[in-house]
Design a protein around this ligand. Structure first.
Ligand SMILES: O=C(O)CCC(=O)C(=O)O
Length: 391
């Protein structure tokens, strides 16, 4: 067993060394003809080393399963998942493999910061983490509400992972349970949203998820943000939908995103700076690529996309305020996790009817009355719309 392990280790070490040597030689060659020498060298080394080493290792131990784990009966496949037996390779690949780490891609603020600063960070990056919007007690209360709403407790984690229980109950929590209202209507949050969207904004979509993490990169409200003719299109955004995500379980959560993918022009400028040659469509293939790994067990293509994902970590009480057009995903699910998400937009002909559609009870109407009273003036348009439909 030790001999096999040592042999694999030697193959891997040789592959990495060869790849890094080749990457350095390539980058030296390119350096001579480039203006921004240090930037190019960093990118070339990181990109080429990772891609070459991954290809070489995949070719050696790649598409065939390799039995290198502590238990010789176990079958392992090359992957950057936690199941990868050769942690050494993972560590080597991880270093400097995300070109986006060369630039700032996410705003970080505290709820006590001036609203203008938070709004400016959001406008710049399309994602801003606001620390301490909620106290520990408020966050725990929300976690408990998520448990109540989903019918799942922390102890159900294994059952959900095994597929014995479903990870969430459908339906908008705010339209079904008024205990969620203070979280959607939080005053500090509203001030930030007014700065981003204007006073005529309103909440138009909420969800709870427990022991769930979105595996594939995706955008939210796709019919709006992926329609080139829409004002919300990532290809030429004029308006935006703002999502507020709170990982309220004790462990918090990590939010993965492809920087600037909510705005094609900003994405083009950022990728030029860091030397990424792929367009947003390549990242958008991630869901299909991941689906294929389940059949082929070849993780190279998925790993290659995933090394570009940037991660923003949130503690309970922090919220991630993000643009719904940004490609995003959740972390690998390794333990209990819960989140509440609410979305906000300006009230207009695109958004109001979408928000009104799921209002099926008096509680939904009361929710918008409550939101209106709290200062979300766009809720008036929703109430008017619902009244007209009922008339
Ligand atoms: O799983 C996560 O953390 C991300 C959640 C997400 O993708 C979503 O709410 O659309």
């Amino acid at each position: 067993m030790f001999k096999i392990k040592a042999k694999v280790q030697r193959v891997v070490d040789r592959a990495i060394k060869k790849a890094v040597d080749k990457a350095s030689a390539d980058s030296n060659e390119r350096l001579a003809s480039q203006h921004d020498a240090s930037q190019v060298a960093m990118e070339a080394t990181a990109k080429n080393a990772a891609e070459l080493a991954a290809k070489m290792v995949a070719a050696r131990i790649g598409n065939k399963p390799a039995t290198t784990g502590a238990n010789a009966d176990e079958t392992y496949y090359p992957s950057s998942r936690a199941r990868r037996p050769i942690g050494h390779v993972y560590d080597e690949f991880s270093r400097g493999t995300n070109p986006f780490s060369l630039i700032q891609t996410c705003g970080v603020a505290d709820i006590t910061d001036p609203i203008e600063k938070i709004v400016d960070l959001y406008n710049r990056y399309g994602i801003v983490k606001i620390r301490r919007l909620y106290s520990e007690e408020q966050s725990q209360k929300l976690a408990k509400l998520c448990e109540d709403f989903s019918g799942l407790t922390t102890r159900d984690f294994n059952k959900v992972v095994k597929g014995e229980k479903k990870w969430a109950k459908g339906g908008a929590p705010v339209l079904n349970d008024d205990r969620f209202w203070p979280f959607a209507a939080n005053k500090g949050l509203m001030n930030v949203l007014h700065g981003i969207l204007g006073e005529k904004c309103f909440e138009f979509g909420s969800a709870v998820a427990v022991h769930y993490s979105a595996r594939g990169l995706h955008r939210d409200y796709r019919p709006l943000v992926e329609d080139p003719k829409s004002d919300y299109a990532f290809t030429n955004p004029k308006k935006r939908i703002v999502r507020v995500l709170h990982y309220c379980d004790a462990g918090g959560g990590a939010f993965g995103y492809i920087p600037f993918s909510h705005d094609q022009e900003k994405f083009a400028a950022a990728t030029k700076r860091v030397g990424v040659k792929h367009d947003t469509a390549w990242f958008d293939e991630h869901r299909e690529t991941v689906r294929q790994t389940r059949v082929t067990r070849d993780f190279f293509a998925a790993d290659n996309i995933e090394r570009h994902i940037s991660w923003a970590y949130a503690d309970p009480g922090d919220v991630m305020v993000t643009n719904s057009a940004m490609l995003h995903c959740g972390e690998y699910l390794t333990g209990p996790r819960a989140f509440f998400v609410s979305s906000y937009a300006e009230a207009n002909s695109d958004t109001v009817k979408r928000a009104a559609a799921p209002i099926k009870s008096g509680l939904g109407v009361d929710y918008h009355k409550h939101m209106l009273k709290s200062g979300f003036k766009g809720s008036q348009d929703v109430l008017d719309f619902v009244k007209d439909v009922d008339a």
